[in-house]
Design a protein around this ligand. Structure first.
Ligand SMILES: CCCCCCCC/C=C\CCCCCCCC(=O)N[C@@H](CO)[C@H](O)/C=C/CCCCCCCCCCCCC
Ligand SMILES: O=c1ccn([C@@H]2O[C@H](COP(=O)(O)OP(=O)(O)O[C@H]3OC[C@@H](O)[C@H](O)[C@H]3O)[C@@H](O)[C@H]2O)c(=O)[nH]1
Length: 396
């Protein structure tokens, strides 16, 4: 009996320490975001910045594509080229790109059609020709849904100091209409931001590939696009290749403004579930840690722990815990917004609850259905992250 008591007491201490650690990284991420993000750059900083080849993989169109791509033509940066990689020759995005090239003749922009089969990852295949044609030593891979502000490239390039090999942007979202837009902001501005910022402080590889500036020579040394095309999470393996070679991977001070015109809560959740499947295969420790780092799971576990150790009411503890977590998340999103949050506190509460209650089901789904569906294609992931494509039998 005594040894069971000892075990339970030890377990309660362990859970309580996990809670303290989690609250510490929550606070740390807020202070780090306040210190790191939204830095201004002087005019003199922009001088002597190196040229950048920007790779834009495109497949299909959405209502905001023109606006998003146009933001690349209007950036303030000494020298850059835009390399639009269009997966399918008949793709409607071709017309949008052509009209922008005509509208901004002074901008160095080219189009590449059809990609090149270097592996399984369709995004990597799509950018492979543009990658080979890139004329600068730095390349920026930037997804189609990203909208750039005028000074983002300057911010990224100034982070590319001597020891740094890869500069990435933390994912966030532009304000759009409807609750689903607020939901996207709440997810990326709270749960995701806390982990992403903490990972950057602790130098854990967490780089998301939607906006990544990289030294091309290092990618070439690692095997080029052929090497990364075998993985679906090419972003994780690219960042790892830099770390393995002794380069620093750094987050910059501008957020990646996702502004796709096609968005809904279900669409976002399916995307998050796809990312979760990638994480489960590449970093299996997250299978254990991710579920218990959620507000209600950690809260319930710690409610038992504190009631066991201190004879506190688990219910009142759970209420205080949830309120504290909620307030920390709201503070974090305010810091990311660098001003007022563009929706009401009630909307925040609704989206926050929706995310906290639905996320455990996404975790279950990621294990239940391990196949990956991405833009109409199906893939099977192997442990380690290597992927193979699954084809559906066509019956005539
Ligand atoms: C009691 C508290 C313990 C805290 C443990 C936290 C474990 C959290 C696990 C996972 C959440 C990470 C979310 C990060 C966003 C990654 C987004 C993503 O999946 N992107 C993919 C698609 O672009 C990409 O291929 C993956 C890149 C990296 C995945 C690496 C995951 C490891 C993350 C570890 C984060 C630790 C945070 C620091 C906590 C101490
Ligand atoms: O078949 C495809 C799918 C996607 N893509 C391009 O890849 C980019 C990202 O696509 P999506 O927006 O569908 O996907 P995500 O935002 O979830 O991508 C994210 O997760 C998977 C990683 O490999 C990516 O680096 C990351 O950005 C877009 O620019 C898209 O045009 C292709 O070129 N071909």
């Amino acid at each position: 009996m005594e040894s069971l008591d000892l075990f339970l007491f030890g377990l309660a201490i362990f859970i309580f320490s996990g809670w303290c650690f989690n609250t510490f990284i929550h606070l740390l991420s807020i202070f780090y975001a306040k210190w790191k993000l939204h830095k201004q750059h002087s005019e003199t900083e922009t001088k002597d910045l190196p040229g950048i080849s920007i790779l834009k993989p495109l497949v299909g169109i959405d209502p905001n594509l023109f606006e998003n791509l146009e933001s690349f033509f209007t950036m303030k940066y000494p020298s850059f080229e835009l390399l639009f990689c269009i997966q399918d020759e008949m793709d409607a995005s071709r017309m949008i790109v052509q009209s922008l090239i005509n509208k901004y003749p002074a901008v160095d922009a080219k189009m590449f059609l059809g990609g090149k089969n270097v592996g399984i990852n369709p995004k990597v295949n799509n950018i492979a020709i543009g990658y080979e044609a890139a004329k600068y030593d730095l390349i920026l891979i930037s997804d189609s849904g990203i909208k750039m502000s005028e000074d983002t490239l300057v911010d990224m390039a100034t982070h590319m100091t001597q020891k740094v090999g890869l500069v990435h942007q933390m994912p966030y979202a532009c304000p759009r209409r409807g609750l689903h837009s607020s939901f996207e902001k709440v997810y990326f501005g709270s749960q995701h931001a806390k982990m992403y910022l903490s990972a950057d402080i602790l130098r854990i590889n967490c780089a998301t590939g939607m906006s990544c500036l990289m030294r091309k020579a290092v990618l070439d040394e690692a095997g080029g696009m052929k090497e990364f095309g075998q993985y679906l999470a090419e972003d994780f393996f690219m960042a790892q290749a830099f770390i393995d070679r002794g380069w620093r991977v750094k987050m910059c001070s501008r957020l990646a403004q996702q502004n796709s015109g096609t968005y809904s809560i279900t669409h976002l959740q399916q995307r998050l579930c796809r990312w979760m499947k990638l994480r489960n295969a590449m970093v299996p420790a997250t299978i254990f840690w991710e579920p218990i780092s959620l507000c209600f799971t950690l809260g319930l576990m710690n409610a038992w722990a504190v009631s066991y150790m201190l004879d506190l009411s688990p219910m009142s503890y759970l209420l205080v815990h949830t309120l504290l977590w909620f307030l920390l998340d709201y503070t974090l999103i305010k810091v990311l917004e660098n001003g007022a949050v563009p929706f009401s506190k009630i909307d925040f509460l609704v989206c926050w609850c929706l995310n906290e209650f639905s996320y455990p089901f996404l975790i279950l789904q990621s294990h239940w259905d391990p196949k990956i569906h991405w833009r109409g294609r199906n893939f099977k992931l192997k442990w380690g992250g290597v992927v193979e494509e699954l084809y559906t039998k066509q019956t005539v």
